[in-house]
Write a protein that binds this ligand. Sequence first.
Ligand code: 0RQ
Length: 511
Amino acid sequence: SSESRINSFIKSKLMSAEDIAEKLPEKLTLGASGFTPAGYPKVIPGAYAQRIKNSKNPEDFSINLYTGASTGDELDGVLARTGRLKLKIPYQSHPDLRKFINQGKLDFIDMHLSHVSRYMREGIFPPINVAIVEACDVTSDGRIYLTNSSGMSSTYLALAKDIYVELNEAHPLEMKGLHDIYLPELHTGRPINIDYVDDRIGTPYIRVNPERIKGIILTNKFDSSPGFKKPDDASFKIANHILDFILNEVEHGRIPKKLLPFQSGVGNVANAVLACIAKDNRFKSIEMYTEVIQDSIFDLIDSDKLRFASTTALTFSLEGQKRFFNQLTELKSKFILRPMEISNNPEVIRRIGLITMNTALEADIYGNVNSTHVLGSAMMNGIGGSGDFTRNAYVSMFMTPSIAKGGKISSFVPMVSHCDHNEHSVQIMVSEQGLADLRAKTPKQRAELIIEKCVHPMYKDQLRDYYKQAQRVSFGLHTPHDLQQALSWHVRLQQTGSMHPDYQQTKTKDT
Ligand code: 0RQ
């Protein structure tokens, strides 16, 4: 109950959100808890935005916002809409943020999540003056117990001059113990001692000097994660190709019978894979070493297949959060939340050996993947952890529906308009059409496989024609390209609204 949670230390620090907002500097470089809409501060940012709104000189304010990943509207959205947000690091997916970034009004640095902590600690970014974290408990000796995500909190708390805490009583105190906080030393290169997904190497809390905690507010709010969207037909087809592939690898002894831990990105397809594993009797016990766990984990729990899940965030719908809290006693032994420097750490990923599954916006015939930039120029969300996992995976897979926007866009193109994951890191390509195993293949063999297995029938001939033409005019014949035509599909999309030559843009009344 709220009575037992509020110890004398917390009581001595209690403030209102408005009072805290008044104390924050006008030039604010904020390190906030939260990774996806999970475990982020939900009230103080709104109070600060209100202060800016009420101010006679709003242009005196400027905000740099550092988080774990994207967060909820109460942080990312609210601060974006002040118009005073100048810099966002390292990931976002909020429509308002995205709009400002693509209008060129907001700086966004898109980076591998595993690099963020080091860059921050080395002082490469403008220094943090304030950290705000959501916690479920704070002790008088300065132990802070986080909520639904770990993200960057340990780094930001270590670096910030002033610390403010949103003590969120929606989270049971039993959350204490879920986290395993450990930050590798800089420059020493000592091993991070995680050999198995369930190894613990740190503490269940972040310890700070209690004098740096300048204020605490009480809240009682669930994360505003979007509801759980049921996977669509294409996602289930992709999932089934992936399961068949994994079982074939087991048969050939390349993946052990007890499988390898999975990493999976967010979204439709990732959820479908877990739903299919839950239903498929050939899969008995699953481990996850990943950065985001979504509601689809409940399918594995209900089918008694979840052995263990290591993550940096629990991104549950409202129902999912309630269920998790209700079942915390039994579920706690199956989960660890780690700082994102550890959940995404290349050393650990490589040692454990992961099957990674991430989503592409588009891929080219040679297996280069664009996960971030529409038409090479407009930021979607960011690379997030997909690069950390892909590059270091035991088996790295990329999945995408073969077409987007009802067929106006082919997800498979002659040359990607931006490259996040290059041909050297991408091993398996999957669409609802089929799966291409690109390992130990030459570029030309990869092109033939991708065209044959992954491309939608409405774009197959067009891509075959490109590949033939490329072989005729290419400068070199190792990775043939027709440089005049390589980005012509994107140019056509920008000019006509579709990559398909037969598409006639239907003019709307107001154009
Ligand atoms: O837009 O809904 O308006 O039609 O992109 O596409 O198919 O719903 O897929 O939600 O899984 O997102 C790559 C963006 C895929 C995501 C990306 C349009 C499409 C739709 C979304 P509409 P889908 P998803 C874990 C790991 C990078 C970070 C990452 C992502 C919308 O997975 O951000 O993996 N990944 N992190 O219509 C233009 C194309 C398109 C296209 C699809 N070629 N051109 N638009 N769309 N293909 C998470 C973290 O790291 C925190």
